[in-house]
Write a protein that binds this ligand. Structure first.
Ligand SMILES: C[S@@+](CC[C@H](N)C(=O)[O-])C[C@H]1O[C@@H](n2cnc3c(N)ncnc32)[C@H](O)[C@@H]1O
Length: 224
């Protein structure tokens, strides 16, 4: 893996504040294919659900559409500029969100407290992805789902291009890393079983390929 597990590039103590990125994030039109993937993350939602790094609230309309039963929706976002926009998006969409200033590496929730946790293009940006994944496992109920949509390190010349671009990209794209082996990290976790993982033909270089999937928190080491 090209990203080092024991020494994250930025630390969990560094301030997360990207005012320009927050404005640009909302201004950039999203391709229709990405919208379909947001609908995947938000499908059939009920119970206690947690969204990691909700950004400007881009998932909220999809969550409203995807809710199928009683939904208690929680979201965390550490960047104040993103969080302010997310709060506005919640009001506009009418979604009742418990939105908190927190990081994925240190979730302010008890063990086994969520039916679903999801992350949409977040593990590229968190400062310590291993710590964040441990927190996902901790807060999921046994049998609960971890859903994700993430861009990962590409193969071949695209991968080499990402390695060259990465230092510049991180500065311009709110701390996003291009070369993380995010999905390999997810599927290797002993407490998570793979329900589905799909490499998608969407996304634009250098933030591609994009992989989506659903993992299930094992019950006493067993899936289901
Ligand atoms: C590329 S944006 C994705 C935003 C949103 N998930 C979406 O679907 O549009 C990455 C987000 O992760 C947030 N982030 C950065 N570090 C984080 C951390 N340690 N824990 C949780 N979120 C973090 C950023 O502030 C940003 O809002």
């Amino acid at each position: 893996m090209s990203d080092q597990r024991s020494s994250p590039a930025a630390t969990t103590q560094d301030e997360i504040s990207h005012p320009v990125f927050a404005v640009l994030y909302d201004l950039c039109p999203e391709p229709a294919e990405v919208e379909a993937q947001r609908a995947y993350l938000a499908r059939d939602l009920s119970g206690r659900v947690l969204e990691l790094g909700c950004g400007t609230g881009g998932m909220f309309p999809f969550v409203v559409d995807g809710a199928t039963g009683d939904l208690e929706y929680h979201a965390i976002e550490p960047d104040p500029h993103m969080r302010k926009r997310a709060a506005e998006a919640a009001r506009e969409t009418g979604l009742d969100v418990d939105l908190r200033d927190a990081r994925a590496e240190s979730l302010p929730y008890p063990d086994g407290s969520f039916d679903v946790v999801f992350a949409g293009v977040v593990f590229c940006t968190v400062q310590d992805p291993d710590a964040a994944l441990e927190e996902v496992v901790r807060v999921l109920k046994p049998g609960g789902e971890f859903r994700f949509l993430e861009h990962v390190h590409a193969d071949g010349w695209r991968g080499t291009g990402q390695e060259l671009l990465d230092p510049l990209w991180k500065r311009g794209a709110g701390g996003c890393h291009l070369t993380r082996e995010t999905v390999a990290r997810f599927v290797a976790h002993d407490a998570l079983g793979v329900e589905e993982v799909d490499r998608l033909d969407v996304g634009v270089f250098p933030a591609s390929p994009i992989v989506r999937g659903t993992l299930r928190r094992r019950r006493n080491g067993v899936l289901g």
